[in-house]
Design a protein around this ligand. Sequence first.
Ligand code: SAH
Length: 347
Amino acid sequence: MKDNKKPHFLNFSPLLAENYMITNGQKKFRTKQLLDWVYKKRINSFDDCSDLSAEFREKLKNDFTLYTFEIKDKKVSALDGSIRYYFSTAHGDEVITVFMPNPERNTICLSSQVGCPVKCTFCASGSVDFKRNLTRGEILEQLLQVERDTKLSTDSVLFMGMGEPLMNYENVVNAVHSLTSPEQFAYGRRKIVISTAGLVPQIEKLSQENISVKLALSLHGADDETRRKIVPSIIPYKVEDILQAGLNYGRQTKSSVTIEYVLIEGINDDLQQAEKLADLIQEYLYRTDRLKINIIPHNPTGVDRFKRPSDEKIQSFKDCFMRRDLTAIIRESKGTDIGAACGQLTI
Ligand code: SAH
C-alpha cells in the first residue's frame, strides 16, 4: 500500500498549488512550471522537475505524494482490446477504470465513487456497497495511470464508470476544470461526457459552471412507473423533469445531450415506451436542440431476470425514434468478455 499520510498533489487546484508555492518562498511563475511537469510532461517523481531548485524538489517530495494508486489487476478484452484496470488506492479502496483503444479515438471511462449509492437494479455497480467519493486527484490519477501504462493518449473522457458523478459534484467539477484547463490536460469541452442517473438540481447547477461538457441522461423509461421499476427512488425526480433539465442544460451550455436507455427484455422494451418517449421528447424539443438517444442493449450482470431483447426488438425500438426524425443509435458495449462493459463494473 502506498504512503497515505502526505497530501495527494493532484488534489491541489492550481490556486492551492500557487498558495503553496508562495508560502514556500517560490515565485508565482514557478507554479506554471510545476503544473507543466505534473500534467503535461507527466513526471514520475518531483526529482524530475529540473528547473526547480534541488532544495525545493526535496521539499515537494516531503510534502506530497504524486501518485497514490497501484495496479492490482488488468484485463484485456480479446473481443475489442478494451482494458479494465483495478486500482488500489492509498486507503486500500478499489477503483475501476476502463480504457477503450480505437485507431480513431481512444476513450477512457472514469469512476467517480467507490461503490454506487444509487443501486439501479440492472447494474452490477449497484451490488457494491457505497463506500466514498473519489477525490479530485483520484479521478484524475485514473487517466494518468492508464496513459502511463498503455503509453497511449486519451482523446475523450467519459464519467461513466462506477458511481453517480453528480453525487460527487464538487470533486467531479474540479476534475473537469483540470481536464479542460489549457495549463493542465487541455481537453476540449466536447471531449468530456458526464452521465447522470438524473439528479435534477445538480444538472441545473452544472449548467451554471463554466465547463459546458456534454451531458448524458440515464433515463431508461418513458414514464415514472417504468423507470421506477429499475431506478431506485434515491433519484426522486420525474422522467419529464429530468428530460427538461437536460434540455435546458444543452441550451444554456450550447452542448448536445444524450439520452441513455438500457433496453431490458420485458421491463422497458415495449414499443409503446419508445413511442411515449418520442412523444415526450418532441413535446419539449426546440428545433435548435441537439439530442440523441443511445439505446444500450442490456449487458449480463448475473441477474437472470434481466435480459437483452432480441436483435429484432432492439431494431424496432430504435426505428420508432427514427420514424419521428429523432436520432437514435444502438450502442453495443465494449469489453463484455472481461466485465468491462456498461453496467458490469463491480469489485
Ligand atoms: N451513474 C451514472 C454513471 C454511470 S454510466 C449514470 O447512471 O448515468 C453507466 C451507464 O451504463 C448508465 O447509463 C447505466 O444505466 C448503464 N448500465 C448500467 N447497467 C447496465 C447494463 N447491465 N447493461 C447496459 N448498460 C448498463
